[in-house]
Design a protein around this ligand. Structure first.
Ligand code: IMP
Length: 435
């Protein structure tokens, strides 16, 4: 029952897509199980860069079947754009992409709700969503009355359902924004557009839950690709500055339909520093020239929105928390090369709250906002590492940094990445990935 899971342990953008793409070679099936078009997974292969939002990063390896499972919220025009983009570049996958008929569908009203509500501060600050309608779509899924699943789009009452929802949504949006504050919703046009999308998506629509349950019994090798990062987890992250799904390791089962007992390896992905997009507390944030330097060195701009990411030092308190939360076996440390030019590097080893030293992440965002990071300073190695292909060839300073991260998080480092290409990835020989 080989099941491997790749989970981001910070606030997303940990370069999980690259890792999934590499691990796909050892797996038969790659699974996306939460989030939606808010995710942006970048995979670089030679001179080609692929940016994926819905489709699992395993699509670029022609041996893997890729599943979009029920926990995902699906934006039909976005996934169709991805499908066409891949086809235009000669990637063949007709029999390798399956989209669950249980996924919930993002409609134009969700985008409007996201836009209108995003201007309202929550706990004193804007969430700063990706404006992809993610929260509103998940809200409707939980509320049920206004929800549409992909399978519903093939039913005779689809048009009637859209008419009913549009009437209600117009009242809700008028209440939130006033009559001029949102783009009008044309139910007939929406029905026509979405019926067109449904027709185009038809070859890929399937019952992924049954497929996966069979695959587990057949001992097929399955790779679960987490989106966003564990600190954005709806229940366990820095609420309310989170996304609307369970983006830590605890989300794999509800999103995919596969019980945790069938997952035997969890790989936690971290950057060698921290980033965050949107609002919310960020204890190690560098609101200074060093933060700007890391942003430029790491090209820290959002894949989905292009927004500059907030940058800061590695936060071992937060990562130790999400490591435990996600059941992580080993770490994958990405973007080590970004730190190579810095004379000094800091790691946050504890927080101070109200004069007291603490080693946990406070559950309330107001408290997390008040913590002061306690840093340990490490001498930088100031040497280009992007051409290094063996861990033992890394400068002693870089190895020391990885050892200290491993010691603080209490997990071995299994993978180290020193650049965006597949080739710039090193695995420790003793760690059995995927089986
Ligand atoms: P939403 O998921 O669009 O509702 O956004 C909620 C919060 O999660 C915002 O702070 C976003 O910037 C953040 N977020 C959502 N998806 C990603 C991602 O893939 N990477 C990094 N941050 C994300």
């Amino acid at each position: 029952m080989p099941g491997t899971c790749v989970i981001g342990l910070q606030w997303g953008d940990e370069a999980k897509g690259k890792l999934v793409d590499i691990l796909t070679a050892n797996h038969d099936i790659v699974v996306r199980y939460q989030g939606g078009a808010n995710a942006g997974h970048t995979v670089v292969i030679g001179a080609e860069t692929y940016k994926l939002h819905h489709i699992p990063s395993g699509i670029l390896n022609d041996g893997a079947v890729n599943l979009v499972c029920p926990g995902v919220v699906l934006n039909p025009p976005t996934i169709l754009q991805e499908i066409h983009g891949l086809q235009d570049r000669g990637i063949v996958f007709t029999d390798r992409l399956m989209i669950s008929d249980r996924t919930h569908v993002v409609f134009p009203w969700h985008l409007e709700e996201d836009r209108v509500l995003n201007d309202r501060p929550v706990n004193g600050e804007n969430i700063g969503t990706t404006l992809r309608g993610i929260g509103p779509c998940y809200r409707d899924k939980v509320g049920r009355s206004f929800a549409v699943r992909l399978g519903d789009m093939y039913r005779p009452d689809f048009a009637e359902k859209v008419q009913r929802i549009v009437e209600a949504k117009e009242r809700i949006l008028t209440g939130f924004a006033g009559p001029d504050g949102f783009s009008p919703l044309n139910a007939d046009q929406i029905v026509q557009d979405y019926q067109g999308y449904a027709e185009e998506l038809k070859p890929y629509v399937a019952d992924t839950t049954s497929y996966l349950l069979d695959a587990v019994e057949q001992d097929r090798r399955i790779l679960y690709e987490g989106a966003q990062g564990a600190l954005l987890d709806l229940d366990h992250g820095t609420y309310p500055f989170v996304t609307s799904s369970n983006s830590s390791g605890v989300g794999v089962s509800p999103g995919s339909g596969i019980a945790g007992r069938w997952i035997n390896c969890v790989l936690g992905v971290v950057k060698s520093y921290s980033t965050r997009v949107g609002g919310g507390p960020f204890p190690t944030e560098l609101d200074d020239a060093m933060g700007d330097r890391i942003r430029e060195l790491g090209n820290e701009y959002g894949t989905t929105t292009g927004r500059p990411r907030r940058c800061g030092w590695f936060d071992a308190v937060a990562v130790r928390y999400t490591t435990r939360l996600s059941g992580v076996d080993a770490l994958s440390v990405m973007m080590l090369d970004v730190l190579s030019q810095l004379p000094e590097i800091k790691i946050c080893v504890a927080y101070e709250l109200d004069g007291e030293r603490i080693d946990y992440v406070p559950s309330h965002s107001d408290d997390l906002r008040r913590v002061q990071p306690v840093y340990e300073t490490i001498q930088g190695w100031e040497q280009d590492v992007t051409g290094i292909r063996a861990l033992e060839d890394l400068p002693a300073g870089a190895r020391g940094y990885l050892d200290r991260v491993s010691e603080l998080i209490q997990r071995p480092v299994a993978v180290v990445s020193v650049g965006p290409d597949r080739e710039q990835t090193m695995f420790t020989p003793e760690f059995p990935l995927g089986d």
